[in-house]
Ligand binder design. Structure first.
Ligand SMILES: Nc1ncnc2c1ncn2[C@@H]1O[C@H](COP(=O)(O)OP(=O)(O)O)[C@@H](O)[C@H]1O
Ligand SMILES: [Mg+2]
Length: 235
């Protein structure tokens, strides 16, 4: 579904942040990218979405090159993003936020179906549809952020540390939700520091260190690998 081939990126001409990254996220699967703070995970996501001006290498979505496209064009092709900072407008209600996630030109029937999907996944958002998003709890904001991405009707979603800053219960719920979304046939690229939970729901994974892929494999192999055990699964 998504393929990166030898992708490098930099913010500053002198400092390369992403180094020769190659990865694949298969259709219908959950693929995870693990990495500690500063490893380059968010940069990876921004690079995929065309938000870093200086990058080289090939990025393809469903076989089609997207590395020359702008973020909104990439979203149109079916790739939606749940950013690290849940960038929502606090003065919009839940319903208004979701409406923004859908395209203006999407037909009413399609939008209705997406509401059904989203409210099915997140009944609490249906209850709170008239509430301002600025007044939601951290867990609810995380749900709204995922729900908004789903309103675009994506084939694939990229999630940047969806469990960050959530209470343990909310963390478990977020991972269950990601599984539910994947079961709807939507491919997932999950960027996370929580290796244990990510490896439990993904089929294939990558480990990023200092902007490069340090290890990859199917999750059973990765769980047993020295690098993951040492860096992420202590204790
Ligand atoms: N806007 C930016 N300008 C310059 N350097 C940046 C910028 N954003 C991130 N970096 C640097 O890129 C590296 C990777 O950051 P990031 O991709 O945010 O890592 P992660 O998401 O894995 O924590 C870090 O060294 C960080 O300081
Ligand atoms: Mg980050």
């Amino acid at each position: 579904m998504l393929e990166l081939q030898d992708v490098s990126a930099r913010y500053d001409p002198k400092v390369t942040v992403l180094r020769h990254v190659s990865l694949k996220a298969a259709e219908g699967q959950t693929t995870c990218v693990l990495g500690s703070n500063g490893a380059g995970k968010t940069t990876l996501l921004k690079t995929i979405m065309g938000l870093i001006p200086s990058r080289v290498g090939a990025i393809r979505l469903a076989g089609e090159p997207i590395h020359h496209l702008k973020a909104h064009q990439i979203v149109r092709r079916g790739l939606a993003v749940v950013p690290e900072q849940r960038q929502l407008f606090p003065k919009l209600t839940v319903a208004e936020t979701l409406e923004l996630g859908a395209y203006k030109d999407a037909g009413a029937v399609i939008v209705r179906k997406r509401y059904d999907l989203v409210f099915g996944l997140f009944p609490v958002l249906a209850e709170r549809r008239r509430q301002l998003s600025g007044t939601l709890s951290g867990g609810e904001l995380g749900m709204l952020s995922i729900a908004r991405a789903l309103m675009a009707g994506p084939r694939m979603i990229l999630l940047d540390e969806p469990s960050l800053g959530l209470a343990p219960k909310a963390v478990s719920r977020v991972f269950r939700t990601i599984q539910d979304i994947n079961r709807q046939g939507i491919s997932i690229l999950l960027i996370e520091q929580n290796a244990k939970k990510s490896l439990a729901i993904a089929s294939y994974g990558y480990v990023m260190q200092k902007g490069a892929i340090a290890a990859e494999g199917d999750v059973t192999a990765l769980r047993e690998s020295e690098i993951v055990r040492r860096a992420y699964l202590r204790g």
